[in-house]
Ligand binder design. Structure first.
Ligand code: AMP
Ligand code: ZN
Length: 135
């Protein structure tokens, strides 16, 4: 737990939240923004900042809950797909520094557009590969 973390405060019950699911290691609740119907956040109960800093077992637990809740939305709640995303780091526009995955449940013709529009491949992939390949 981290004293100044709003998601740790949610876990401690100091800030209210709309719980969707909970187990020993993780907690899922509705995002407060109301931007997308059913927008859900999945967090670990153990505080860690983001994907870049958490231990693999914590990330695994969060991903398993992300899958469980996503399948629940499709199997039991009338949705047909999900968008999943995570922001890790200030440059990636992370605003709450407690690891979380976003789930946006989707339906046909829901009017949402979340994936970036691909404007075409104007980059030299071999140059990018030379810089980015894990060696
Ligand atoms: P990110 O920009 O990836 O760090 O996302 C943080 C998310 O946390 C945003 O979508 C906020 O709407 C959401 N958020 C912030 N405070 C709360 C809160 N008290 N309860 C639920 N969601 C919150
Ligand atoms: Zn925290």
């Amino acid at each position: 737990m981290s004293d100044n973390c709003i998601f740790c405060k949610i876990l401690k019950g100091e800030i209210p939240s709309a719980k969707i699911y909970e187990d020993e290691l993780t907690y899922a609740f509705l995002d407060i923004s109301g931007d997308f119907y059913g927008h859900t956040l999945v967090i670990p109960k153990k505080h860690c900042a983001n994907v870049l800093e958490c231990d693999p077992s914590t990330l695994q637990a969060v991903m398993e809950t992300t899958q469980l809740v996503s399948k629940h939305y499709v199997d039991n709640c009338g949705f047909t797909g999900v968008n999943l995303f995570n922001n890790s780091g200030v440059s990636a526009e992370q605003s709450v520094m407690h690891l979380h995955f976003h789930i946006v449940p989707r339906s046909e013709n829901d009017g949402y557009h979340i994936s970036p529009i691909n404007e075409g491949n104007k980059v030299d992939l071999s140059e990018v590969k030379a810089k980015l390949e894990v060696k």
